[in-house]
Design a protein around this ligand. Structure first.
Ligand code: FES
Ligand code: FES
Length: 239
């Protein structure tokens, strides 16, 4: 007898228990911060689901050394050159992430994944292997699925970067997120953001992919929970 069957015998399935407890929402959030953070279509309308919203900050240009804020990138650069001429070896990069420009000081060895998580708090991008072998850190770079753990942040200036947080406005799931939800295409959710970004990249160039085309697109991704079939179903469902 499976775990689900055992639990169902006790009056409620494991899945329903998790949903009612809000853990499906929480689990998806673990895997992709914005994935279900704003699910309007709560499974059980009798339950209260605490929604969190993603707010889009305005562009800010802050001197990383003295903390002063400047109205434009040009003003910041001029101030920086004048005030900290000794800091010429400090790397500043402006990253376009989800449509917002962030000017940051980074180390030459900082990966994009590190910067997204550690400097910007965009925890929807996960890191597991940190060496290009699992896909959980996938973001879109100029609409192409890219492992953010393999890209140095200093080299990402001028690229249009989209993370899982950029897919939803914070109140309604994006179509591909909804497809994953409808197909139960996640369990713990840790890998889910990466799969969604890979699927989205494929759908941008091939709106109706075959199952084999989806398998190829997600072939660099690992799901320890073994949810591959449902992921393929979600992505072939189109958006
Ligand atoms: S963390 Fe980037 S591919 Fe695994
Ligand atoms: S859903 Fe758990 S690792 Fe993929």
């Amino acid at each position: 007898m499976t775990d689900d069957e055992k639990t169902r015998k006790q009056g409620i399935s494991r899945r329903e228990f998790l949903k009612d407890a809000g853990l499906v929402v929480g689990g998806a959030t673990i895997g992709s911060a914005a994935f279900l953070s704003s699910c309007k279509t709560a499974v059980n309308p009798d339950k209260t689901v605490t929604l969190s919203t993603v707010t889009t900050p305005a562009n800010r240009f802050i001197d990383p050394i003295d903390g002063t804020e400047w109205p434009t990138l040009g003003d910041l650069q001029a101030h920086f050159a004048e005030t900290h001429p000794y800091a010429g070896d400090i790397n500043l990069v402006t990253l376009d992430i989800n449509g917002v420009d962030y000017t940051l000081q980074v180390e030459a060895t900082d990966t994009l994944a590190n910067v997204l998580r550690d400097k910007l708090g965009l925890f929807g991008t996960k890191v597991a292997c940190d060496m290009g072998q699992c896909g959980t850190c996938t973001v879109l770079m100029d609409d192409i699925a890219t492992f953010s753990c393999l890209n140095l942040a200093i080299e990402c200036g001028g690229k249009k970067i989209t993370t899982i947080e950029g897919l939803s406005d914070g109140t309604i799931l994006s179509p591909i997120q909804q497809k994953f939800y409808d197909n139960d295409a996640f369990q713990c959710g840790y890998c889910t953001g990466g799969f969604i970004m890979a699927g989205l990249s494929l759908l941008k160039v091939n709106p109706k992919p075959s199952a084999d085309e989806v398998r190829l697109a997600i072939s660099g991704h690992m799901c320890i929970c073994g949810n591959y079939k449902k992921v393929v179903d979600a992505i072939t469902g189109g958006v």
